[in-house]
Design a protein around this ligand. Sequence first.
Ligand code: 1CP
Length: 346
Amino acid sequence: MASSHFNDTFLKACRGESTPYVPVWYMRQAGRYQPEYRKIRERYSFFEMSEIPEVCAEVTRLPVEQLGVDAAILFADIMTPLKPVGVEVEIRPGVGPVISNPVRTPADVERLGRLEPEEHVPYVLEAIRLLTTEQLNVPLIGFAGAPFTLASYIIEGGPSKNYHQTKGFMYAQPESWQALMDKLGDLTVAYLKAQVAAGAHAVQVFDSWVGALNADDYRTYVAPVMHRIFAEVKEATGVPVICFGIGAGHLLKEWNRLPVDVIGLDWRTSIRQAREMGIDKSLQGNLDPSLLLAPWEMIEAKAKEILDQGKVAPGYIFNLGHGTFPEVRVETLQRLTRFVHEYTRN
Ligand code: 1CP
């Protein structure tokens, strides 16, 4: 450990234990809003950055040192474990993942391979070992994309607005959809277990785009695999698990039935509304990232409102409702972190 004091406020909040202040981290806290990140990114492609363990560890550590946040999140992408199983993907600046061999038929699903983490993504595990054995004094969050969200990229071939191809495949080829969910479920379980075995202290599963489904379809086509992923990861590792998605307020009751410790909220559903709906897990979120471009007084007022709702009960982690983005100033996130800590300190 870099320092003798390990800051475990984030882990305590995940488990619903009381903390001396509300812990905070930011989705996409490593990224283009940081001049240091942009400099490194000039020299490497996205995947090169995450495949060189020393570079990956440096980029993961940077926001912890720069912003004073209470957790680090591994620098990788939800597409990282799909590359070695046959998905030809690159990350295009300003676009996101682009796939040159999208999955369109049952035969394409058959062709997807099995993930052997030690063999296929040794660099991810090495970066985690570097970070957790010597470099970090805050918990490291490992992560994976959830099957629906991964399927949306590999079926559409890239980012999408309406997920027509993905949902079309799901409705028209339910057996092959099930096979795809099973394969992506196995991959996700293997990947998360390996990250924890390498040292990750908690894991977040990003089901960013599953809000595109209604609650009935979620129950039919997605909830079973999500249940299995969380149950198997919890059983094997015991670490806190977080489930996050965007525009998924109508699915919160479904998520509350999953064996997860923390539910990540986007900015559309307030902490109070979630509690009123009966959500009894720890909560994480949910300042609208666009607000980071507003005058400080507005950011502070909204942060206060969120914190007043969140700090009532233990089991609350401050975050954004989705990722930060290139136009945000480093100083804004530094100030926000300080504010969250000072405003909530007992
Ligand atoms: O700091 C961190 O948060 C850690 C690293 C991280 C994480 C957790 C990255 C690096 N990506 C992710 C998860 C991720 N990737 C998600 C889930 C979270 C979310 O909803 O934002 C998703 C949907 C992706 C897919 C993806 N990768 C997108 C979104 C595209 C779309 O459909 O709108 C983008 C832009 C990427 C590229 C990417 N991943 C990460 C970074 C820093 C970047 C920007 C790339 C660059 O520097 O060129």
